[in-house]
Design a protein around this ligand. Structure first.
Ligand code: IVH
Length: 655
């Protein structure tokens, strides 16, 4: 509690803190005899730290109750309606900004004092810092009658872009980086020297009024925003009035999806009954108003126990350490492991088995271990060391000079064999049905297959020796194998797991060489001559097919009856060979991809941007202005749709 509110340096994620306060509150409710009179569960914020002058708030700055899911939210609105004896027909939904709450006091239109929330009754005077915030006017606009006194309450925060720039500068100067924008904002304001707030760039969103003397008669909270605008504050554009709780739920789901699209962080949605008379009737408890609630978004950071740091061996032998975690619900999913990338990353984070660690999962980004909670570390723990041996084949791992990753250098390591066979069988490769991880594992472990060439030589009857494989599953596997013998050639080339060859390159090679033997017998130079294939890939492909292993696999594939289907060769006249044509804007007779296909089917290239090697730019409706300008600058001919058709037919510009 003190770390968060007074030092702006929390050690555990906010969600863990919320959870602890909740548990405490439940315990105190169940056993009031043990409840402390100054219980943390009842406190609003921190006690002022004492470096700044105290400011007693004329109107207390209250906290908000939380709803952690939609049921709790609906429960809240039902309670309010029961209390009122009538439905509520207007709620205001606002983002819950993640920053530092401030109360900014104006007397006769002049900023006289700005204070933090503190414990809700007494805050700290931070006028010097707040005066540097560009979003906070020093004098209110006098186009409207200005109240004698008005306190504007809201959140000081730091934009993500500002935060990233600040941390880049910190890193460049060899200084410690800030943990998150909230700590950076709060820390900047709570400095004796106003320069910190000024130079780091703090922003402010107002959302509420405190004391008002001789102010306008407002009927609804939504009018507060109009009033704030009229006195010169910028208000957040996302606040919205909705009719009922279903509207609130819609707002929540909309902003749950947009959480990472905005340039500032919010960790929830604040919902307020709009009508001020309704608010007055509902009143407050000791710590929070009844008429408002904070819906907390699923947490993106939680702490959990790091059980162990095992090593996983990839298809190409890469040895990757990962965190094996006690399951934790974070970012909307249950996380049980997270990659730790490599030896240096583990050392940099200094996470150790047995540690309590902070786990983060933001949006669709893969889960990551942020770092250990040091105060919870076992004093006897030792830094983790990278194991010497492969956990699967038990032979020594290597870390090649200049590389970050360790590798298991043995291609016959069962982990690699399994990985290559799973890769071979996967959907966008040979797509072998009824050949999942478990079957692969059984067959590899039993030594029945040692490389992908063995897959089609295997007698499916062999599966009958394993438990759980009856007639039906054996038949299914046989059918799966049969169907995959005639997959497209591009899929087969990709399926071989040749280093650097992804599925796009697989297709390109298939088109260029037309058969497996065609690619297999091509020289590195011939491969490098294919459009879109660079020298590194060309060498890798040539080397793979020339190796004993590669040759053995090709031979086995033939023997196993694999007959990949070659890509169709275009029968159109190849008018555009060697020409690169860019299409921009909508054409009447061609969809976007049709226009590209029309070009590539005639041997041409259809890149997305104009360069000096572009043969022509074709413009339809609403073309990209920058493409047109660039073509004009470079003297690239610009054609309309009719000109495009001539070009397709003749390979030349219209005369
Ligand atoms: S209204 C009496 N609106 O959340 C109502 N608070 O947990 C007082 N906060 O102290 C708050 N965004 O620091 C309100 N749109 C918003 C908010 C907001 C962030 C913060 C504020 C407050 C805390 C309560």
């Amino acid at each position: 509690m003190r770390l968060y509110h007074e030092h702006d340096a929390p050690e555990i994620p906010d969600a863990d803190f919320d959870q602890l306060v909740r548990e405490l509150r439940e315990l105190e409710a169940a056993h009031p005899e043990f409840a402390a009179p100054d219980s943390v569960a009842e406190q609003v914020g921190g006690t002022p730290a004492g470096i700044f002058s105290p400011v007693v708030h004329e109107v207390p700055m209250m906290s908000l109750d939380n709803a952690f899911d939609l049921d709790e939210l609906r429960g809240w609105s039902e309670r309010l309606e029961r209390r009122l004896g009538e439905p509520i027909n207007a709620y205001v939904c606002e983002l819950k900004f993640d920053g530092l709450a401030l109360s900014i006091r104006y007397e006769d239109g002049k900023l006289v004092r700005a204070a933090t929330r503190g414990d809700g009754t007494t805050g700290e005077d931070v006028t010097h810092s707040v005066s540097t915030i560009a979003d906070v006017p020093h004098a209110l606009t006098d186009e409207v009658p200005i109240p004698r006194v008005v306190e504007v309450r809201g959140e000081a925060y730091m934009r993500r872009s500002t935060f990233n720039r600040l941390n880049e500068a910190q890193a460049a100067a060899g200084l410690k980086e800030y943990v998150n924008p909230r700590n950076a904002a709060a820390g900047s304001i709570r400095q004796k020297d106003a320069e910190a707030a000024r130079s780091r760039g703090i922003s402010f969103w107002p959302y509420q009024l405190g004391q008002v003397v001789d102010g306008p008669e407002l009927a609804a909270h939504s009018n507060t925003f109009e009033f704030l605008t009229s006195i010169g504050f910028g208000v957040n554009e996302h606040a919205r009035v909705v009719d009922n709780i279903d509207g609130v739920v819609d707002f929540i789901s909309e902003f749950q999806n947009r959480r990472h699209d905005l340039d500032y962080e919010f960790d929830g949605i604040v919902i307020k009954a709009d009508d001020l008379e309704t608010q007055r009737v509902l009143g407050s408890t000791a710590r929070a108003p009844r008429w408002a609630i904070a819906y907390k978004m699923p947490p993106e950071e939680r702490s959990t126990k790091l059980i162990d740091i095992p090593i996983s061996i990839g298809t190409n032998g890469s040895a990757t350490p990962y965190a094996l975690l006690e399951p934790v619900f974070v970012g909307g999913v249950t996380v049980t492991n997270a990659t730790l990338h490599n030896q240096d990353q583990v050392a940099a984070k200094d996470v150790r088995p047995g540690d309590i660690v902070v786990v983060r999962r933001a949006g669709d980004v893969i889960p990551e271990v942020v770092g250990p909670v040091l105060s919870e570390r076992d004093p006897d723990s030792e830094p983790w060391v990278f194991p010497n041996d492969c956990p699967v084949c038990e032979r020594p791992l290597v870390r090649p000079e200049g590389e970050a990753r360790h590798r298991c250098p043995y291609a016959d390591c069962p982990a690699q064999v399994r990985g290559r066979i799973e890769h071979f069988a996967q959907r966008n490769a040979m797509d072998i049905e009824h050949f999942g991880e478990r079957t692969v594992d059984l067959l590899v472990t039993a030594g029945l297959i040692t490389d992908v060439g063995d897959v089609f030589l295997l007698d499916p009857e062999e599966l009958s020796q394993f438990e759980g494989f009856g007639e039906t599953s054996i038949e299914n596997f046989r059918a799966g194998l049969e169907a995959s013998r005639t997959r497209p050639l591009g899929n087969l080339i990709f399926a071989l797991a040749i280093p650097h060859v992804g599925s796009t390159n697989g297709k390109v090679l298939a088109k260029a060489f037309g058969s497996l033997d065609g690619v297999a017998s091509a020289t590195a130079d011939e491969i490098a001559a294919v459009d879109g294939i660079g020298p590194v890939i060309a060498d890798s492909v040539a080397e793979w097919f020339a190796s004993d292993n590669g040759q053995a696999i090709v031979e086995k594939l033939h023997r196993g009856g694999v007959q990949p289907v070659a890509p169709e060769v275009s029968t159109l006249e190849q008018t555009l060979v060697g020409k690169s044509i860019v299409v921009s804007g909508g054409l009447a007779n061609y969809g976007r991809s049709d226009a590209k296909t029309a070009i590539t089917d005639r041997g041409g290239k259809a890149p997305g941007s104009v360069s000096k090697s572009t043969f022509a730019l074709v413009v339809g409706n609403d073309p990209g202005a920058s493409k047109v300008t660039k073509a004009e600058d470079l003297g690239v001919p610009i054609l309309d749709e009719a000109g495009f058709e001539t070009l397709l037919r003749t390979g030349d510009l219209p005369t």
